[in-house]
Design a protein around this ligand. Sequence first.
Ligand code: IFM
Length: 470
Amino acid sequence: MRFGDGVVVSEPAVSTAAGKPTPALPPGFTFGVATSAHQIEGACDERGVSVWDTFARAGGIADGTTGDVACDHCHRMAEDVALLADLGVGAYRFSIAWPRVQPSRSTLNLAGCSFYDRLVDELLANDIAPLATLFHWDLPQDLQDAGGWMRRETAARFADYADAVASVLGDRVQQWITLNEPSVHTELGHMAGIHAPGVNVLPNLFPVVHHQMLAHGLAVAALRAHGNVPISIANSYGTPWPVGPDLTPGTASDADRAAALTYDAIHNRMYTDPILLGRYPDEAEYLTSGTIGDIILEGDMSTISTPIDALGVNYYNPTGVAASETEPLRYATPGIGGEWPRTAFDWPVIPDGLREMLVLLKDQYGDRLPPIWITENGCAADDQPGEDGTIRDDVRIDYLDQHLRAVAAAIDAGVDVRGYCVWSLLDNWEWAEGFSKRFGLVQVDFETQARVPKASYRWYRELISAAKRG
Ligand code: IFM
């Protein structure tokens, strides 16, 4: 098999999961992969400037790189869709770069729209369902300059953008995902300052939360005006694990257990309760110097809680939570100790945390919980080429295999999970880490842009094919 600039890959590759039975997922379950625009597209001079361009150019990235070229996907889209087709996925979750569609307030970039138009057609021609995320953190810089998510007007602008995208793609996209991980965008971008836009607005964080939620709700209405395409949001869910002095649940105190509930409210429920229950958790008051009632205007909660068709769950690992009297949010996240395998990000590999999180969501929301899609799950690994040139990423295969088993266990426990997207198709530009962390089923040589499918790609392809055979 040949992809990219002259790389020939021998098959099949050995994997530690080879020979294990396929995780028992129900007939009709969809296997997919996910990417995001800023992390793969490149072609930065063919779009407007986003907050991530500004943040990277100001030196905010560990390896000093930018997302200017990334995987050059905009110029290699057909090759990348060929990889998807060969993989056999039923769905591809990608994101649309807002500054590529609307480089400035009054303009619609027809070339940018045409790129997504061609991508969607290419996917459909290969029987791959296009799942389009509208916002994966790359806010147009002019909107940031006007106040970004601190400003209510940004939510209205997002609805305009959603309307523009739906007018081009609404007849073919098969699921809309309004926002990706608003919690992470809030916490890392507007509090820790390690993601774009790189600010700390504490103690007044609540406008950032609420205006993203309002943007979601306004976008649902804008998208529905173009037809009955299922709509969801992809939230980051960290299973709340109280941890004590040795960073394990075994030494957690009552205070640590209470802190874990606070974390669950602030990181998980803050972006789920308003949509599914029509109210914020009480802990929302921790995020404002005034009261949240000053920021929520009449009608906002009913806009935000317009029913959606699916809930996207992005899961990587549980979050260890300890009590803290000094942290602004009243809890600390010191990590999880113990003998867990670790990814190249040093994240503990705890597949059962995914089952636990899915069951927790079912317990919390009951009949209000729509069907779930795992919109992201994957691992960064230090992939090494074997002597025959194949990339033996057995660590990734084990990670994915075990997490798919956790999904199957959650379904057995009564949670309605419809699909699973591996993060990610390609090694890509991993935000503040630049090119140093590789999540792909396909290795990318960032010098030549050659794509080399890894052992995990072949393992996933075999799993999908076995599922199709029944
Ligand atoms: O790469 C990111 C993605 O953009 C959002 N979810 C987590 C991934 C891994 O860090």
